[in-house]
Design a protein around this ligand. Sequence first.
Ligand code: G6P
Length: 610
Amino acid sequence: MCGIVGYSGYRDCSDVLVGALSRLEYRGYDSAGIAVFENGKIEVAKCKGRLKDLVAKMEIDGKPQGNVGIGHTRWATHGEPSDINSHPHSGEKVTIVHNGIIENYKVLKEFLIEHGEKFLSDTDTEVVAKLLGYYYKKNPMEPIVTIERTIKDLEGSFALGIVFEDFPDVVFATRRESPLIVGVGENESFIASDVPAIINYTKNYYLLDHDEIVKLENGDVTIYDDHGDIEEKELMTADWDMDAAEKGGYPHFMIKEIHEQPTSINTTIKPRIVDGMPNLEECSITLDKIKSFKQIYIVACGTAMHAGLVGKYVIEKLAKVPVTVDMASEFRYRNPLVGKGDLVIIISQSGETADSLAAMRLAKKLGAKTLAIVNVKGSSIAREADMLIYTHAGPEIAVASTKAYIVQLSVMYLFAFELALAKGAITQEQCKALTAELQNTPGIISDVLEKTLEITQYVGTKLVATESLLYIGRGLDYALSMEGSLKLKEISYIHSESYAAGELKHGTISLITDGMPVIAVATQSDLLEKTVSNIKEVKARGAKVILVAREDFEIDEEAYDYLIKVPKMQDILMPIPTIVPLQLIAYYTAVHRGNDVDKPRNLAKSVTVE
Ligand code: G6P
């Protein structure tokens, strides 16, 4: 999704903007641009392509020289990626960058055309720029009044960075639904879509609420509420630093983040375990509060939804509470039978996914209690949920989610243990034993990383020329296969499907041809025999089987071509160590194929539009 930045201070603004945008690259984009005040005039540089294309363009055309400006990376929604559709866009005496979608842009465009405006691009953003210009003419030298009046007309989502020709030292910004933070340094200030953009300048930032407006001027920050009155806000401090936002010697963020998983789990679960028992009181979750839920919905998108699938198996098995897992985009439009007495769990790394946020609001409206499991502090989902468990994965930069997924799993386990206890479905002793086993997972993952790096690299070389493959598993292994398959297709662009092993015979087995790779997951002791017979069925039809299995399982060598062993844990906890080789297979296959692993084509890290 688009990334926006803005700067007011004393440094070379073009450099600051390009640097900050480069740390938002993970969001996905197809064009980039900046607008900087040079000798009191707004100079724009923009083009289709990557930031390096913008830098190359500025080397030829000249880099805007100044200390105040705004910048943008665009992920096309309205209008193809092109130089003209790139941001910034301008209206009368005003230039803007925008993240989000203006739903009523057509009506507004017609209105503006009737009033003599001419449009250069196909974007909804240019409509906002022209509308700002229109209201500025009516309210000359009144930027705040102009912005307030303009956003009253807008429907949809937006984070806007705005500069007015008449205010050459000032950057304005506002937001509704789309994320925006305001960084505060010494004699300099920033706006950005996300904290990594500014972390090498400052750790201190404000979160803007809907329709608030901020003014950055000579390092001072003034925030106006939705009535135009100045307000004081709480200054937040990022609890991670530049190193976390840099690759730290790894070739890609994804592999760095895979290696960070033991630490991420540790940081996430440690504060929530007291005397060997799960304790979620700091998240306002108590045994008393959760014991009455009879029905649970887990709603999320992408990888977070896959964490929910594991959660379903674990909660149902341990706490005996029925769980329905929904994709947020389906949940919100299928009139879900959710109501009072139900719990709706929303899982989201970014806390800003448009469908997940809308699903949560719907659940609240229908009377359900909501619990958010979120990684990004202060994000919209985190702010609006009734109960909140932060995952402490730190910033996840690679588009393909790895460490955020594993900590979502760890939190699902803690919650399931607590719920099972509250329901009287497990004893204190059983709960303690499960919690102790969960505490072992960081060490076990480190072990898996060490032992499977080589074999997964090798398997990656075998998959490099594959056009299509299957993942199979049963029960928790099936839930995990879904995530393994998604990871592979996201970054390697190989067509991949995940199937419940027992369901293969009902259609999908017809796809198996000689030499087709099948990645089989077998970690559940009660399902082992059945899974192995499904593996043999595909093997007999020519499949090349890559088997990921628990190390102590004795499996007939005839059943597989390559074996990746995972250390033994209790069945229910096996997803945590087992996801690691699946992540590594996806990573190395994509690397061998020469793909842009951290920024796969067409994907965005945080999907803030429907
Ligand atoms: C995008 C990302 C995925 C992510 C999904 C949900 O599709 O590329 O990695 O799993 O959104 O994002 P969330 O921030 O809500 O977890």
